[in-house]
Ligand binder design. Structure first.
Ligand SMILES: Nc1ncnc2c1ncn2[C@@H]1O[C@H](COP(=O)(O)OP(=O)(O)OP(=O)(O)O)[C@@H](O)[C@H]1O
Ligand SMILES: [Mg+2]
Length: 255
């Protein structure tokens, strides 16, 4: 009836607002990262040229060897800077063919520079020849990034994060299993609510999972969780190979 309709509209407004807040946070982080990346990039290019000049000045093989070592390290820094700059790409709604294994590797390429990942071992088991999915890459990037960071937050003293991709009939399954503190029974029902967080003020907005679920519902997928308090959690993301048509999306669950 009318009440149900109002409730649905209110829910959907609430979720839209949550998405906007979450995206602004991501965009903010991205802009900061891009700024830093840019500032580091210029002196790095200068160092690279100077080192190349040094190499030209000398015939000494020992010097040549050291120059190569310096250049290896410069390349490492450039790669980090490149990953940071990537974060600043504006979030788009453009559908494209996405290789989930590649996307997950780029998420991991980014989080390994996060201090929280220092004591954490990451294991991956990626299905070979995973078909590409037609989806919004940036949104999925944010979904996986949040799952990785949540896992890290649950293992402050270290542990293992196992990420796996599998093809299941007409869906791709991506799972994130951690050996962290798990989710308390009284929190379990609430983790997908917008703004629900157990993290300290300033450390979590509580929007990660709620926005992720909305994004996944939009593409006809879903997210499920299992958790053993004190032992760890496992989040399973299901993504259909067949994308929703516009019509299905509009008449779907009203979001
Ligand atoms: N892997 C996990 N292990 C234990 N608890 C988790 C895990 N993932 C999520 N949670 C719980 O679910 C809550 C909500 O997660 P969500 O990603 O939505 O928000 P957040 O991480 O708190 O903040 P944000 O993602 O906005 O920075 C977390 O605060 C935490 O209590
Ligand atoms: Mg989170």
């Amino acid at each position: 009836g009318m009440e149900e309709k109002i409730r649905q509209r209110t829910d959907s407004l609430y979720e839209t607002q949550a998405q906007v807040v979450h995206q602004e946070k991501l965009v903010g982080i991205g802009q900061l990262a891009a700024g830093v990346a840019h500032e580091i990039g210029n002196p790095l290019t200068a160092i690279d040229s100077i080192v190349q000049l040094l190499a030209l000045d000398s015939d000494d093989p020992a010097v040549q060897e050291k120059v190569r070592m310096i250049q290896d390290q410069i390349n490492r820094i450039s790669e980090i800077v490149h990953n940071m700059a990537d974060l600043s790409r504006p979030l788009s709604m453009q559908i494209q063919a996405v290789d989930l294994n590649v996307l997950l590797r780029s998420v991991l390429g980014l989080v390994r520079y996060d201090a929280r990942f220092g004591p954490i071992k990451v294991e991956t088991e990626f299905a070979e020849d995973l078909p590409p999915v037609n989806t919004v890459e940036d949104r999925l990037f944010a979904v996986f990034l949040n799952l990785a960071l949540n896992a890290a937050d649950s293992m402050p003293d270290g542990g293992t994060l196992a990420i796996r991709t599998e093809l299941h009939d007409d869906e791709i399954h991506v799972s994130f299993a951690d050996t962290g503190h798990g989710i308390r029974a009284e929190h379990f029902e609430r983790i997908f609510e917008p703004y629900f967080t157990t993290k300290a003020r300033g450390q979590g907005t509580g929007l990660g999972l709620s926005v992720s679920r909305t994004v996944l519902h939009r593409i006809g997928g879903d997210i499920e969780v299992r958790s053993d308090e004190g032992k760890g959690s496992r989040f399973l993301v299901r993504i259909p190979l067949k994308p929703l048509t516009d019509e299905e999306e509009q008449s779907g669950d009203g979001r």
